[in-house]
Design a protein around this ligand. Structure first.
Ligand code: NAI
Ligand code: MG
Length: 510
């Protein structure tokens, strides 16, 4: 049993009872999903999966090594070459497969809600009512694209040449996803990759493998040909690295840390695999005095504490105009201290779950300590929760003041519910400070003055700007990062481009 994991989790009083299918999945042997079925790995090697709400053992997952990854990649290659998903399947039928998968995700909202609540600690209601419909929306949206993957014609020499372009799938795509929104992060990548006609090998995060495996089961029910959608479980340095290194993989789509992204880019230099990256952030959120302050406080709070801060877009650099700073900070503290915590499967509604692992908890507490020793004031929170939640990885929402722009806590991604609140006095100053970051994923601006809003939206370097709101995403709207927050844009038509190749054809008349 891995360090930190205590005894096996059983039924807990006050928690939502397990759905029978969840019971069955948790009792199932460790398997990966290759060529249309759950199979054991060659070595039988396993890794424990814990419930972060309790620190207890939840499931034992298979750990795929390079040989298992090779079997999965070959299965995907055979499926791709066979044309079962492309040339021998009409686009309208591929579209139906994706649409049916969207419907099956909705049908199994309770099961997915429980699997991700157990695996990653997100409150059940948030997963079942938020991540699940958003995941279904992705498959439904990209189902629509399958019949619209058109090319163009080019009038370069209309009398002698017919010149046109077509969009083709890339081939075999490896998808590596994180643990913070397990089903949703997988869906963001799977839906466009599959719609564009690729065959995929998905490696979910080692902390949260369950929903990916259930999704693969559902893909078979939806009518996907075997080998089109494979899942290998295991940790990053073994299973993930094997997928990245595999010469039979044409592209890697990754969401996670900058460090791992650097290793993926370096490894892909060998065969020049296509790589798209959705990485972290240190998103600035800027509040002007003419904003609707009640909404701005609520927005700034959830920008930071949503999913206990474990969001790539977390608005952790909060710039508040000096004229309203003191009142704003007081309201923020009042709201943050009133938030409630609970286990992912707690039957009583609550706001926040735990962090994913004891390692992440230690890391976040370490950032807070380092800020405090550099002179920051911990105006609210800062500690792990005790009492009945002491065995899980829960942490208080934390508000830091008296911070300077050069502190690590203002420069590095924390991935916990920790916000640094800083005063500013004018627009140019705050835009310069907002842009003084190696990241550029998202930014927020709260103001009722159109000129201010337009100026900030045009000058702040970020892939998404939220005005008088925070955190919204939709399948149709491109999402991704500037600078070290990533390469490429997911969602919308942009994601079709990420997962397809354009071919130009010059056809002479004679
Ligand atoms: P990570 O980047 O190690 O994990 C993300 C995924 O990459 C997982 O599936 C993991 O198994 C895989 N992976 C890890 N090492 C790999 C390798 N050498 N080759 C291929 N795949 C590999 O992130 P981790 O360690 O879980 O979290 C550390 C920090 O990363 C967080 O504190 C946060 O700052 C950032 N992060 C950002 C995310 C985002 O949404 N942008 C999601 C997860 C983490
Ligand atoms: Mg890591």
């Amino acid at each position: 049993m891995s360090a930190g994991i205590t005894g096996r989790q059983g039924p807990i009083a006050g928690h939502i009872p397990f759905h029978p299918e969840v019971e069955r999945l948790l009792a199932s042997p460790p398997t990966v999903f290759i060529d249309g079925q759950r199979v054991q790995t060659r070595t039988g090697s396993t890794a424990d999966v814990a419930d972060p709400s309790s620190g207890q053992l939840l499931w034992v997952a298979a750990e795929a090594d390079a040989d298992d990854v090779d079997v999965a990649v070959r299965a995907a290659r055979v499926a791709f070459q066979s044309g079962a998903w492309t040339v021998h399947m009409k686009p309208a039928d591929r579209q139906r497969c994706l649409w049916r998968l969207a419907e099956l995700i909705e049908r199994d909202a309770e099961i997915f809600g429980q699997l991700d609540a157990l695996d990653c600690g997100r409150p059940y209601a948030t997963v079942a009512g938020g991540d699940v419909p958003a995941s279904a929306e992705h498959f439904a949206y990209y189902a629509g694209w399958v019949t619209k993957l058109t090319g163009r014609t080019y009038p370069v020499d209309p009398e002698g040449m017919h010149v046109y372009s077509v969009r083709e799938p890339i081939g075999v795509v490896g998808l590596i996803t994180p643990w913070n929104y397990p089903l949703l992060m997988a869906s963001w990548k799977l839906a466009p990759a599959l719609a564009a006609g690729n065959c995929v090998v998905l490696k979910p995060a080692e902390q949260t493998p369950l929903s990916a495996l259930h999704l693969a089961d559902l893909a078979m029910e939806a009518g996907f040909p075997p080998g089109v959608f494979n899942v290998v479980t295991g940790n990053g340095s073994l299973t993930g690295a094997a997928l990245v290194a595999h010469r039979g993989v044409d592209k890697i789509g990754f969401t996670g840390s900058v460090e791992v992204a650097q290793s993926i880019v370096a490894a892909s230099a060998i065969d020049l695999k296509r790589v798209s990256l959705e990485l972290g952030g240190k998103s600035p959120n800027i509040v002007f005095p003419d904003a609707d302050l009640e909404r701005a406080v609520e927005g700034a709070l959830w920008a930071t504490v949503g999913n206990s801060g474990q969001s790539c877009t977390a608005g952790t650099r909060l710039y508040v105009h000096s004229r309203i700073y003191d009142d704003f900070v007081s309201s923020l503290i009042a709201k943050a201290s009133a938030l409630t915590h609970g286990a992912g499967m707690a039957s009583v509604d609550h706001d926040l779950g735990p962090l994913i692992t004891s390692t992440q908890l230690d890391r976040v507490l370490g950032w807070i300590d380092s800020a405090a020793s550099s002179g920051a004031t911990i105006a609210q929170g800062g500690h792990q929760l005790g009492g009945p939640l002491a065995d899980g990885y829960f942490i208080e929402p934390t508000v830091l003041t008296d911070v300077t722009d050069d502190l690590e806590v203002v420069r590095e991604e924390i991935f916990g519910p920790v916000v640094a609140v800083m005063p500013f006095t004018d627009v140019d100053e705050v835009i310069a400070r907002a842009n003084d970051s190696r990241f550029g994923l998202a930014a927020g601006v709260w103001s009722t003055n159109l000129a201010t809003v337009h100026e900030v939206a045009s000058k702040v370097q970020a892939g998404t700007i939220w005005v008088n709101t925070w955190g919204l995403t939709a399948a149709a709207v491109p999402f991704g990062g500037m600078k070290q927050s990533g390469h490429g844009r997911e969602m919308g038509e942009d994601a079709i481009d990420l997962y397809s190749e354009t071919k130009s054809v010059w056809m002479g008349w004679t």
